[in-house]
Structure formats: structure tokens, C-alpha cells
Design a protein around this ligand. Structure first.
Ligand SMILES: Nc1ncnc2c1ncn2[C@@H]1O[C@H](COP(=O)(O)OP(=O)(O)OP(=O)(O)O)[C@@H](O)[C@H]1O
Ligand code: SF4
Ligand SMILES: [Mg+2]
Length: 367
């Protein structure tokens, strides 16, 4: 704990002013900005994101492709300079408090030591996170031994235990397989085992099931739910699919153009959403009880350019309700997150009664 830590008693999900002491929350992200200078201009991938998460709870982050979900998770892990987009130096500001320590002002060596031990990440594609030339087991052993001064035999026992726990059959035998000898679902399980081997207090799962078929997806999500109960970690799960987080998460945060447009308890965001973009996401969710042609109503238009984010509400160019009168608020004023229910916040200029009416009378009956 640092001497900077004093308690504000802020509730999970409640926006808090930055620059003051952090809340009690285990993970407390404040006004996080991650910008990339490029030849075309400054890409504002994350632009003022704040949220809190308690230990033992799950936060689901949803949003379309390019909304800044992965950049956010890499930023928390201290990995914002790496990844599929190369190594441009990111400009990062704000605060990321993990268990009372601000990761952004901490010594990078310290953050490196915390990675794997205090916080771990499950990536969308396990093949890119696992080394093809080493056996699955040896990679889990290495991940364990980086943080534990134990001999290889003890580490092997731990790795086999974990492989068993995540449902790999014959784990002692499978230990010696290479990643390509595993099926996609098994590789994802192995990656979960690797992430959990040090029992991290924070686990970030970035689209952990998108590459898998539906049945395997369901199995992996069940497994994550069980493991979370067992390990008591704080979990951030990132996905395009609101349905996934509605089942798995305690809280949901909806991202659009690098910012949060809505967040709150999963039940409220799923059943009483308060932002037109969230309505769009719900409308585009596949439904097993509907005909294919019926169920996919994608949000029309394209995600905003993160170099020229529209002024005012970034969703404006795509929003069917952009012209609903907003009591004198001009198009160029940016809506900030405002209370929209119990621990529920939404960034939309429309009066709340109007939003509730549109949701209950016009949108919900069609879903
Ligand atoms: N190093 C970088 N330099 C420039 N732009 C970047 C860099 N890293 C990410 N971006 C941009 O930041 C935006 C957000 O990317 P991010 O990977 O976080 O999206 P995402 O929400 O995870 O999308 P997906 O659902 O497709 O995974 C994208 O427009 C991406 O092009
Ligand atoms: S502020 Fe206006 S444009 Fe933005 S989501 Fe609300 S209604 Fe749509
Ligand atoms: Mg991503």
C-alpha cells in the first residue's frame, strides 16, 4: 500500500474525479488515455476511460472492433507498446491503481515483476502467445518459475495440476505436447492454465473464445466461471458479444471510440440499457430462437475514426436518435457519463425518460 492511498468509499462503477486518492477498488482505472502518434495523426485509441473492479468480481468490456478494448487491456498489463500494430511509442496518461499501487507511475521493472504474478492475460489467439518450439508444459513451468523459486519437479507437478484443472485429458502426457498438437479449444485451456499458474489477483481475458466453435466457447466460458469462483480473482473479460458478458459479468462497460458510453450492473445494462449504441449492440446479437434474417440488425454505419473523433457525441453520425430534441444542448457538446439508475451510468444527451420510453416501447419489443 502506498501513502497516497486514502479511502473515498466510491462505489464500483461510480465516476470519480482524478488526481485525488484512489477508491477501495482492487482495480481502479482513472481517466486512462492511450494515444499513438502516426504519420496520419494522433490515434486516440483510449481517450479518458475510468472504471473500478473489486476482487472476486467480473467486469465485461464490450464494443465493436477498434473501440479500444485490447489497447485498454494491454495498457493495464503495461504492454501498450507491443502487439499487432508494431512498436510505435504510445502516449499514455491517467492512473491505473492495482491493489493500491499506481502502475503508470510505478517503476517499469516493478510492473514487469507483477505481470504473470499479480496480473495475467489470456489472449484471443493462444498460438501467438505460446512459443511454437517449446512444449506446452515447459511453458507453464517457465511461467511458474519466473515467480517461484522452486525446482523443475515441483513446477512440473504444479503445471500438470493446472492442466488437469482446466480439463486437459491425460495432463501428465499432454504436458510434453507442442502447441500445434493441441486443438484450438485445448490450446485455449492451456493458456488459461498458464495464466492461472501463479494465482494472479487480476485476470484479463481478451476475447478468449472468438476463435472457437460455439460448443467449445460455452465450455471455456463455463470453465472461466468455475475458476473465478475457485481462485477469487478479479476478472476483466473483453468481447464483442453482449450475450457472453451478460451471463458471466457482474458489471458491463460499453466502449465506443475509445470511451465508455455506458456501464453498470450486468442485469441493468442488459435488460434496461440506457444508450442508443448499447441498443444497437443488443439488436445485432445472434438469437437462437430467431430466424437468421431476423436476428442480425447490425449497428448501421462505421466506427468513428480515432484520429478525427466526431465532436460532441461520437455516436452521433450513426445514431437514429441524434435529432431528438435535447433541451438546447448543441451537437458539439460531448455527453459525459451521468447516473441512469442504481450504479448505472450512460453518456447520452437524451432525457432519461425519453430513453426509457424508447427502450421499452420501441426497441425491447423487437428484440
Ligand atoms: N500501436 C498502434 N498504433 C496506432 N494505432 C493503434 C495501435 N494499436 C492500436 N491502434 C488502434 O487503436 C484502435 C483500437 O484498437 P484495439 O485493438 O484496442 O481495438 P479492439 O476494440 O480490441 O478491437 P477488436 O475487437 O477488433 O479486437 C484501432 O483503431 C487500432 O488501429
Ligand atoms: S447524445 Fe444524441 S447522438 Fe449521442 S447517443 Fe445520445 S441521442 Fe444519440
Ligand atoms: Mg481486440
Amino acid at each position: 500500500m502506498t501513502d497516497k492511498l486514502t479511502k473515498t468509499g466510491a462505489a464500483v462503477g461510480e465516476p470519480v474525479a482524478t488526481g485525488s486518492a484512489p477508491s477501495d477498488a482492487f482495480l481502479d482505472v482513472r481517466d486512462l488515455k492511450i494515444h499513438f502518434p502516426t504519420d496520419d495523426g494522433l490515434v486516440k485509441s483510449v481517450d479518458g476511460l475510468s472504471f473500478q473492479l473489486e476482487k472476486g468480481k467480473t467486469l465485461g468490456i464490450v464494443g465493436e472492433s477498434g473501440s479500444g478494448k485490447s489497447v485498454t487491456s494491454l495498457g493495464i498489463m503495461g504492454l501498450h507498446t507491443v502487439g499487432q500494430y508494431g512498436r510505435q511509442k504510445a502516449q499514455i496518461s491517467g492512473e491505473i491503481w492495482l491493489n493500491g499501487r499506481d502502475l503508470l507511475s510505478a517503476d517499469p521493472d516493478e510492473v514487469r515483476k507483477m505481470r504473470g504474478r499479480d496480473m495475467a492475460m489470456i489472449f484471443q489467439d493462444p498460438l501467438s502467445a505460446m512459443h511454437p518450439y517449446y512444449t506446452v508444459g515447459s511453458q507453464i513451468v517457465e511461467a511458474y518459475r519466473v515467480h517461484h523459486d522452486v525446482d523443475k519437479k515441483t513446477a512440473r507437478k504444479r503445471a500438470v495440476e493446472l492442466l488437469d484443472r482446466v480439463g486437459i485429458p491425460e495432463p501428465a502426457k499432454r504436458f510434453d505436447n507442442y502447441p500445434h498438437e493441441f486443438s484450438g479449444g485445448m490450446r485455449q485451456r492451456a493458456m488459461i492454465a498458464m495464466a492461472l499458474v501463479n494465482n494472479p489477483a487480476l485476470l484479463i481475458a481478451d476475447e478468449p473464445t472468438t476463435a472457437l466453435d460455439v460448443t467449445v466457447q460455452a465450455q471455456i466460458l463455463d470453465l472461466m466461471r468455475d475458476l473465478q469462483k475457485e481462485f477469487g480473482s478479479a476478472v476483466v473479460i473483453i468481447t464483442h458479444d453482449l450475450g457472453v458478458v451478460a451471463e458471466l459479468a457482474d458489471d458491463i462497460l460499453v466502449m465506443y471510440g475509445g470511451r465508455c458510453v455506458e456501464r453498470g450492473p450486468a442485469e441493468s445494462v442488459f435488460y434496461e440499457p440506457q444508450h442508443p449504441y448499447t441498443w444497437g449492440l443488443l439488436g445485432s446479437m445472434p438469437r437462437i430462437d430467431r430466424d437468421q434474417t431476423d436476428r442480425l440488425i447490425p449497428v448501421k454505419g462505421n466506427p468513428p475514426s480515432l484520429i478525427n473523433i466526431p465532436s460532441g457525441c461520437a455516436f452521433n453520425p450513426r445514431c437514429p436518435y441524434a435529432d431528438v430534441p435535447k433541451g438546447g444542448i448543441t451537437r458539439t457538446q460531448r455527453p459525459e457519463l451521468a447516473p441512469a439508475g442504481d450504479r448505472h451510468f450512460s453518456a447520452c444527451h437524451m432525457p432519461q425518460e425519453e430513453r426509457t420510453r424508447i427502450w421499452t416501447e420501441e426497441i425491447a419489443p423487437k428484440l
